[in-house]
Ligand binder design. Structure first.
Ligand code: AMP
Length: 126
């Protein structure tokens, strides 16, 4: 079944400027802002400006320019946060929740960047 994008989701409202956000980086195709309920000292959400529901949706339907822009933005954010292990940082974790099993709350593709403390093992027991 094809994806149907709900343009009333909270990140769509952020992109339209209807609700505020704490922006970390904005580029032509990508917006990154701090999570309103941070799970770690640094918790940044990276979203494409286009209407994509999940990472697989984005990966399959976004343009090359959007995909490159998004991935370059992730690198820039890690550098800005000072968390890149390649630059002496203590590291980070990225998570992208998709659909019901992953308990995706906001149906606009977003990558969580979590950092700022030891993060433990990869995944809980659910
Ligand atoms: P997920 O469960 O992967 O869909 O995560 C959605 C995330 O969006 C959660 O971590 C929320 O805290 C975050 N969130 C919800 N509303 C806002 C908002 N207005 N600004 C920033 N982050 C938000």
């Amino acid at each position: 079944m094809p994806y149907i994008y709900d343009d009333q989701n909270v990140f769509a409202k952020i992109l339209r400027g209807e609700i505020p956000n704490d922006t970390v980086l904005e580029t032509e195709h990508t917006l990154a802002f701090r999570d309103i309920g941070p799970q770690t000292p640094d918790h940044v959400l990276v979203i494409p400006k286009g209407s994509y529901v999940t990472q697989d949706h984005f990966s399959q339907e976004a343009s090359d320019a959007e995909i490159v822009d998004f991935n370059r933005a992730v690198g820039r954010i890690c550098a800005t946060l000072g968390v890149s292990p390649g630059d002496g940082g203590a590291g980070y974790r990225t998570i992208s929740n998709a659909g019901t099993d992953a308990v995706q709350e906001v149906p606009h593709f977003h990558l969580h960047i979590l950092a700022g403390r030891p993060l433990g093992r990869m995944i809980g027991k659910g």
